[in-house]
Design a protein around this ligand. Sequence first.
Ligand SMILES: Nc1ncnc2c1ncn2[C@@H]1O[C@H](COP(=O)(O)OP(=O)(O)O)[C@@H](O)[C@H]1O
Ligand SMILES: [Mg+2]
Length: 211
Amino acid sequence: MKDYNLFIAIDGIDGCGKSTLSRGMEGILKHMGRDVLLTREPGGTESGKLFRQLLISKQYELEPDTEMMLYCADRLEHQTKLVLPALADRKDVITDRFVSSTYAYQVFGRGLDKDFLDYLTKRSIKKMPDITFIIEIDPKTALERAMGRLERDNKVDEEGKFEALGIDFFTKVAKGFDWYADKFENVWRINGEQKPEKVLADVMHILDNFI
Ligand SMILES: Nc1ncnc2c1ncn2[C@@H]1O[C@H](COP(=O)(O)OP(=O)(O)O)[C@@H](O)[C@H]1O
Ligand SMILES: [Mg+2]
């Protein structure tokens, strides 16, 4: 096993399987004897829980730029208070969502100013992930899975802001992730239309080269 720990981001549209994959990776890496922190954006820190509530509820009707700034504020807190200390402690850090989500949802989905996000990103990110996995899936499948989960958990109003925007919005967001995967280094596309075990196996196969 190589002697360094990794910062790993898992991203993709709602319902693509990020949380399922992250938990699977956490299990395997721990089983290998590695020290792992599984966390998420928004909401990985104590203050982040408040940011998350503001961001994913339908209740507040935030201005789009407010929303984008809050995502970056949450990320700055998350990096500084949780991710960087855990990396310094030699933990692998898996984050369920990272900056590719903000490009996909806010710039591609909502049509906000990319230069503004570039600037906020420069101010909020101190360390980029060693590797980012983007789970790709048909937006229609993703929306069905995400709505099914919200209905099952009875959280349509509490957490369903983006799902309420529907298939056209999801399609734009998926294009944003596609753009991000082309543009940035150390980004891997994963086929999310496969069984969860196969998605996990594909990711672990790629990670084999790093660990
Ligand atoms: N590869 C898969 N195939 C079919 N269903 C899946 C797959 N991965 C996850 N799911 C299911 O789809 C829903 C959304 O998965 P989840 O991991 O919560 O996605 P995300 O975190 O990206 O929103 C859950 O009900 C989950 O059990
Ligand atoms: Mg999730």
